[in-house]
Design a protein around this ligand. Sequence first.
Ligand code: 13P
Ligand code: SF4
Length: 311
Amino acid sequence: SLAGLDLRAEIDRLRKEKNAVILAHYYQKPELQDIADFVGDSLELSRKAAETDADVIAFCGVKFMAEVAKILSPQKTVILPDVNAGCSLEDACPPEKFKAFREAHPDHIAITYINCSTEVKALSDIIVTSSSAEKILSQIPRDQKIIFGPDRHLGGYLSRKFDREMLLWPGVCIVHEAFSETELLKLKAQHPGAPIAAHPECPPTIVDHADYVGSTSGILNYAKTIDADTLIVATEPHIIHQMQLAIPGKTFIGAPGADGNCNCNICPYMALNTMEKLYISLRDLTPQIEIEEGLRLKAKESLDRMLGMAS
Ligand code: 13P
Ligand code: SF4
């Protein structure tokens, strides 16, 4: 039993003993963010995973993120505290269907959001994250036809911003899909001076009201620049923890779902990771991410293209 264990101290001890680095996404529980060596967005976490000289990467995030770490650092042991931490975007894009879609549009290149399986990465030309997508898209010749998947809201946002048609895969993030425009406008009326920051995984009904649209780290940086004393945050609300640490004294309000509060926007996949599970995974070095070498090398090509084009 774990009862009576000082989990923080035990995780610290194991981290040293196993020469492990703990990486956490902004959507993780505050205690996991606090114990991590590094907290970041998807692009920053990929870069950290590629650079670290630790023997073990303990990934507090979802499975596709831990797989990216393994693709980029195959010689390292990569552990994910809960192996069931998936993503609705990955689920929405089965590799065999994606392959058939690509084959039906041979004159298109596939620019694919990092929130997908390793198999779909291997079937793609260039991976993007929400923080690298605009920079990468601006480097693609305008006459090049594009398939963009699996997030149709991010794809739609980029398509409008660049005034450029793309074939969109119909996936959504269930978390960002749950924000309510009606409730957001009610909240905005109660805080007239508060800007709204939104993640591009939100539908247009939310993004269209935003003063800033960007990745989690983009939103966090934006929060540091505002004059207003209150910010409305239309992304997974655990990121508010980093805002409160970085900018004490300001008020950060999670954008509401249809029930009027922001708890329905907690990512159920990210929430599967806990301090207890992190402790056990460091102690036992399990569950480990394993990727077949041929598949890994193919997926690495599209990821490396992103890392090259985004730098
Ligand atoms: P970023 O941190 O790259 O903005 O990604 C958001 C997200 O939904 C991750 O699952
Ligand atoms: Fe996937 Fe959305 Fe959860 Fe991110 S927040 S892991 S995109 S379901």
